[in-house]
Design a protein around this ligand. Structure first.
Ligand code: NAD
Ligand code: UD1
Length: 338
């Protein structure tokens, strides 16, 4: 019996393959490599010392999905595959709706066809929109504010409707906060295409000289030092959260959202300082205007995941920075290096 991982060559998916295999699960990966590299799969195999069954296919290809379910005994699915850049989603919204929604609908239909009803879905804290009340709890109102966020919100709604109509499903909606860090081996990590949109990969690329300086988007927020505060979570903690979610899905029925965060906020300048301390590299920065749509503070209440899944984040900001730096230093150009 195996867990099918859509998007398993990507940043969070590749780390989750390792955590699952180390916990005794077999994994099967489908990824079209639209935003990733087959090298990530090879490195996962090297870390775990076992082969990964990999299909380079698009989740929107139903016949490819059926082939995978026919050739493998899939007992549960983790659905990471999707497009994820907020800014890009406003420029090409239909591409985002097409990829994220159609892939999910086809996946559900094929799961129904093969009687597999255990699903863990990659949602995001972005589904809370611009909530002012912190920390965020799962029962707070939802309201996405951009096309990417709406794909996550719509998929959550589709999955709630599915569960309401077929209560023998088990669906975990994992709302990630800000994943950063890398596997401690330094061989897999985040490898964004083009100029990074997110803070940590941007800092890491400044550190290796690929970018000249960090732009700090605003220092007039109502926060400890005026810069934006987020709940950064180590990607390996996040991966371990997926193992717990699969464990839960295999022995419960329901459709439940879970926040996966640390419950702690860290500002842009605090993260920059922590990275400098971990790497010994100075990160030059300039203060620029706010990025439109950025809230001042976002952090999770992660008690539900602790109480129901038995999961909590263990790794601190220092380790997140050290592990990011090891990955970036060893692979200054990401997976292209080798
Ligand atoms: P990623 O881009 O590294 O991984 C996604 C993977 O899915 C990539 O390998 C890509 O090639 C693949 N993919 C995309 N569309 C596909 C399709 N139609 N068929 C097959 N493969 C396809 O992103 P990630 O950071 O690992 O994120 C994984 C999931 O988590 C995404 O759904 C993302 O929206 C969600 N998420 C990510 C973050 C974050 O900050 N990284 C935060 C919240 C939620
Ligand atoms: C962003 C997405 C969010 C998504 C999340 C995934 C936006 C508006 N939001 O969240 O939907 O779920 O990524 O990780 O894109 N910052 C800088 N300089 C930079 C980059 C970022 O100062 O070059 C600041 C931002 O203003 C913010 C913080 O760093 O205060 C974190 O930004 P980022 O890493 O992009 O994550 P989010 O905006 O929280």
């Amino acid at each position: 019996m195996a867990v099918l991982i859509t998007g398993g060559a990507g940043y969070i998916g590749s780390h989750t393959c390792i955590s699952l295999m180390e916990s005794g699960y077999d994994v099967v990966v489908i990824d079209n490599l639209d935003n990733s590299s087959a090298e990530a799969i090879r490195r996962v195999e090297a870390i775990v010392g076992k082969p990964v069954k990999f299909y380079q296919e698009d989740v929107r290809d139903k016949s490819a999905l059926c082939k995978i379910f026919t050739e493998n005994r899939i007992e549960a699915v983790i659905h990471f595959a999707g497009l994820k850049a907020v800014g890009e989603s406003a420029k090409i919204p239909i591409t985002y709706y097409d990829n994220n929604l159609i892939s999910t609908l086809y996946l559900i239909e094929v799961m129904q066809q093969f009687g597999v009803k255990r699903l863990v879905f990659s949602s995001s804290a972005t589904v809370y929109g611009l909530s002012k009340t912190m920390p965020l709890t799962e029962d707070m109102p939802l309201g996405a504010i951009n096309p990417y966020g709406r794909t996550k919100y719509f998929i959550e709604e589709i999955l709630r409707d599915l569960y309401a109509s077929e209560p023998d499903w088990s669906i975990a909606l994992l709302r990630y906060f800000n994943p950063i860090g890398a596997h401690e081996s330094g061989t897999i990590g985040e490898d964004p295409r083009g100029i990074p949109n997110n803070l940590m990969p941007y800092i890491a690329q400044v550190a290796v000289g690929r970018l000249p300086h960090l732009n700090v988007f605003g220092n007039d927020y109502d926060t400890v030092d005026g810069t934006g505060v987020r709940d950064y979570i180590h990607v390996v903690d996040l991966a371990e959260g997926h193992v717990k979610a699969v464990d839960w899905a295999l022995c419960h029925q329901g459709c439940e959202p879970f926040n996966l965060g640390t419950g702690k906020g860290c500002s842009v300048l605090q993260l920059k300082d922590a990275f400098e301390a971990a790497s010994g590299v100075k990160i030059p920065y300039v203060i620029t205007p706010r990025r439109p749509g950025d809230p001042d503070t976002v952090y999770a209440n992660a008690e539900k995941a602790k109480n129901i899944l038995g999961w909590e984040a263990k790794r601190d900001i220092k380790q997140m920075c050290e592990d990011t730096w090891r990955w970036q230093k060893n692979n200054p150009n990401g997976y292209e290096t080798k």
